[in-house]
Write a protein that binds this ligand. Structure first.
Ligand code: G6P
Length: 483
């Protein structure tokens, strides 16, 4: 048939997320394989790409270039269905409602969320567009897995258009307690949007609990065990959604394999040498985001230098802060603050030879990340709120010799799995300082005991388990309990 007259390819498995798992590349740019696209880094992609290449599914998402229309294509063994966003959509739906309303609201209002009706209108409109793309490409009875807070209305839109579909939703970020969620002028519509799914997955049991309490409070839903439903006007239950925790993980085998590569081990040695072989290398790796507690970490480190508990001659903090959402106001402010603080600390404590904080506003390929993990004696994950935090899991996986110490915020989802980390409250600066010193001075025996237990946990729960568990639960028959 002539091009353009063909009916669309139909899929029986579809993943939907705001971003497609690829980024545009310029010719010759790193990662460019000649196709003009490269696999993007990021947790979601690593989590789902292995499964996508194994099944004959398709991935629906935005390709990252505003105003550009791209036809469905394949890359790295995955079929991709691009959704177009205009410059306005990017500003109102992505930067606005997703990242200046929902993101701060769902992360304990660390930054004040903004509520604008124009942003909400754009969010609804763009969610509809994503749903339309799925409807267009989904085979009868297909399984559709919708990802994350940018697309919370998609499950309901899909169920209305296509009751034949099996619909899963996974929220990668925290779900706030109803007392905070209550602020959202469109709280009812969001809960209703999620309730369109057969299964709503969360990182922590507490997130699932928060969702169920909000469903009860704002939608009058009945909640029994983990099943949530609303009755129609006729008193009949039309649909039951199940809410449950599925803690996400990482591609353990890949990180572990990289950690054993001689060239990466050599690169780790080189990193330490380039820093002047300090006794202790501390490491922070985050998107430059106000949820990550980077300021709290810097404050604790500075006070330890000031008090002489650490000295620049034998301790260096490497802080990788990868650029993120740079057009959103709060992110711009944060960058200025962090860079001012780093400049202040280094100006005060650096010598010609030694630096206190080696600050890197870059993203790095996974090989370099693993070398950094191998080079670091102490990993600092001080998030004020974090859905999971995969960096903590990557660090543990990379520490194949069972040495090194993980300082981990109890506000990160990873704290549920990594119980032998040095858990702490990052708001408590004295507590954070004590915990850092505990990590710096930890005996090899204690470090090995903790790391071995944490590695066992992670090695037994990699990301394939996560997606398999979720999809198995999604495909279970719901037993309706009308009593
Ligand atoms: C978090 C979110 C993802 C998001 C990622 C990067 O991990 O859960 O949905 O894709 O941050 O943020 P960005 O705005 O660049 O997609």
């Amino acid at each position: 048939a002539p091009r353009g007259h063909r009916s669309p390819t139909k899929y029986d498995f579809m993943v939907v997320s705001n971003r497609l798992p690829v980024d545009r590349t310029a010719p010759g740019e790193s990662g460019d394989d000649g196709s003009g696209w490269r696999r993007s880094p990021g947790g979601l992609v690593t989590a789902l790409a292995p499964m996508m290449t194994k099944t004959d599914g398709a991935w629906v998402g935005w390709h990252g270039a505003p105003d550009e229309t791209v036809k469905p294509f394949s890359h790295g063994g995955m079929d991709l269905v691009p959704v177009q966003l205009s410059t306005d959509d990017v500003e109102l739906y992505y930067e606005g409602f997703s990242n200046a309303t929902l993101w701060p609201l769902y992360h304990d209002v660390i930054a004040p969320p903004e509520f604008h009706r124009t942003w909400w209108d754009a969010y609804r409109k763009v969610n509809q567009r994503f749903a339309d793309a799925v409807v267009h490409h989904a085979d009868h009875g297909a399984t559709v897995w919708v990802q994350d807070y940018q697309l919370q209305l998609v499950p309901r839109l899909l169920r209305e258009a296509r009751p034949d579909l099996r619909i899963g939703f996974f929220n990668h970020i925290p779900f706030p307690p109803p007392e905070i969620f209550a602020q959202l002028p469109w709280r009812k519509a969001i809960i209703d949007g999620l309730m369109g799914a057969d299964l709503v997955g969360f990182q922590r049991p507490s997130d699932a609990g928060n969702f169920m309490r909000s469903a009860r409070r704002f939608l009058g839903a009945s909640v029994k065990q983990q099943q949530v439903h609303v009755k129609g006007h006729d008193g009949k239950i039309t649909h039951i959604a199940r809410a449950q925790a599925f803690p996400i993980s990482i591609d353990v085998a890949h990180i572990n394999e990289l950690a054993h590569k001689p060239e990466i081990i050599e690169r780790a040695r080189q990193i330490r040498q380039d820093l002047g072989n300090p006794k202790t290398v501390l490491l922070g790796v985050d998107r430059l985001d106000y949820t990550k507690g980077i300021r709290h970490r810097l404050k604790a480190f500075e006070e330890l230098l000031n008090e002489g508990k650490l000295a620049v001659t034998d301790a260096t903090l490497i802080q990788v802060a990868s650029p993120s959402r740079e057009r959103v106001e709060q992110y711009r402010l944060l960058r200025e603050e962090i860079e001012g603080t780093v400049g202040h600390i280094n100006g005060t404590y650096d010598t010609i030879q030694n630096t206190a904080v080696r600050y890197l506003h870059h993203s790095y390929p996974v090989e370099e990340m693993v070398a950094l993990y191998l080079a670091a004696d102490v990993m600092l994950v001080t998030a004020l709120r974090d859905g999971m935090n995969l960096v903590a899991k990557e660090y543990v996986t990379a520490r194949k010799d069972n040495d090194g110490a993980l300082v981990l915020s109890e506000f990160a989802g990873a704290a549920d799995q990594l119980k032998q980390a040095l858990l702490m409250n990052p708001h408590d600066i004295d507590g954070l300082k004590d915990t850092i010193m505990h990590a710096v001075n930890m005996s090899p025996r204690e470090a090995a005991r903790r790391m071995r237990a944490m590695r066992k946990q992670i090695l037994e729960h990699d990301v394939d388990h996560w997606s398999a568990d979720f999809l198995a639960a999604l495909n279970e028959k719901v037993v309706r309990d009308d009593s």
